[in-house]
Write a protein that binds this ligand. Structure first.
Ligand SMILES: [Zn+2]
Length: 219
């Protein structure tokens, strides 16, 4: 019957809109379950399925930030990532972790790199961390904190530079971000900020050289 046919056409049409042409062409029941799930999670506004404790940087320790300190998202599908923002914690590692766990803090970065070179991840790169104090920059960037004080150059250890450079190299590779000072910036360079980190003692030439070396080694 005409009505039945148009009904079914409409249903396939809706499915095509929802999960893409490939799924509609194959029809129901044929497409692998994982494939459907993958397409489903690409829908805008849908929170991607998470694996508890998963990290984006191999070897990082996972400690979850308070949900008040970031926004669930599905980057890079909903917001493209083209920037890394370098911060300094103005305190030790433990106090930074506690601050990011605290819903009253209203800010957190994706990562904290310790003086000993250990990396703690507190927010998935999928999500928008409140670290830059600028909505557009938060949406387009990954924030990396470094344990220490801006006026204490000895806090920026060799182990910290090396680990942070490996982390930034991996982020730049993942999202095809150019390794230069246009795309790897300090918090101080974010428009509208009153923060000064990472400060005058952060060695940008050294850092970018290490990021490039880490990329070359991994390639
Ligand atoms: Zn900062």
């Amino acid at each position: 019957m005409g009505d039945g046919k148009s009904d079914s056409d409409r249903r396939i049409g809706r499915r095509a809109l929802l999960i893409g042409g490939a799924a509609a062409a194959v029809g129901t029941g044929v497409l692998a379950r994982e494939e459907l799930a993958r397409l489903y999670w690409r829908l805008p506004g849908v929170r991607r399925q998470r694996v508890e404790g998963a990290v984006d940087f191999r070897g990082a320790r996972w400690v979850a930030a308070s949900e008040a300190n970031f926004r669930w998202a599905d980057r890079p599908d909903d917001y493209g990532i083209d920037m890394v923002v370098v911060h300094v914690t103005q305190g030790d590692l433990d106090s930074a972790v506690k601050a990011f766990e605290d819903p009253g803090h209203k800010a957190a970065a994706h990562y904290i790199v310790g003086k000993d070179g250990h990396v703690t991840q507190m927010i998935r790169e999928l999500d928008v961390a409140y670290h830059a104090g600028n909505r557009a920059y938060n949406e387009r960037s990954v924030g990396i904190e470094h344990e220490g004080f801006v006026d204490r150059p000895k806090d920026f250890t060799d182990a910290m530079y090396a680990a942070s450079a490996r982390l930034t190299a991996a982020i730049c590779r993942r999202y095809d971000i150019a390794v230069d000072r246009e795309h790897i910036i300090g918090h101080v360079e974010v428009p509208g900020t009153d923060h000064t980190d990472p400060g005058e003692h952060w060695d940008w030439d050294r850092y970018l050289r290490l990021v490039r070396e880490a990329q070359a080694t991994a390639a």
